[in-house]
Design a protein around this ligand. Sequence first.
Ligand code: GRF
Length: 200
Amino acid sequence: MTGRVRTAILLSGRGSNMQALVAAARRPDFPAEIALVLSDRSQAPGLEAARQAGLSAEAIDYRGFSGKPAFEAELDARLRAAGIELVCLAGFMRILSASFVERWEGRILNIHPSLLPDLRGLNTHERALAEGRAEHGCTVHYVSAELDAGPIIVAARVPVLPGDDSETLAARVLVQEHRIYPRALKSAAVALRAGGAGAG
Ligand code: GRF
């Protein structure tokens, strides 16, 4: 395939990273386009924000499926139907199965609010504070079957400041998330085209 890399964003919540990716992809020289936004929750605020931005945004409500295999089969079908080549997880709160990840190997990116490999999993800001860390941050990585453990594309550090609580720390990290996720998508899209791979 040629042209801009057709990219889908998967989200479950407010969608601020989605908006950062959309803003970056509006630039004509950006190597990826946001062709689809999907959510496992029909009430996700990010879905409405995506529609307001004029994007194709759909819910695949997890509760309507018998379980993860059926949900993921539908997700896979929608991505393929839209000719999606890269997937960005942006606050998507479901763990994808190993078989789904294998099918999309090297084509799923995730943003995680810690300096990986430290603090995998949930509640990273609370844990960074509880451990008395001096530094925290965020990481964009390729998704592998092991949670928050795939190859790192880019990371950004922030200081933990005296008096921080989880909200102030999360806000400082979020500024960096919005900066690095577009960069990571750009480099993943360029790498995909350089590798000559198309949607299989
Ligand atoms: C971000 O902190 C991201 O790192 C994590 O989930 C949050 C999503 O925020 N994976 P938003 O929906 O992009 O605003």
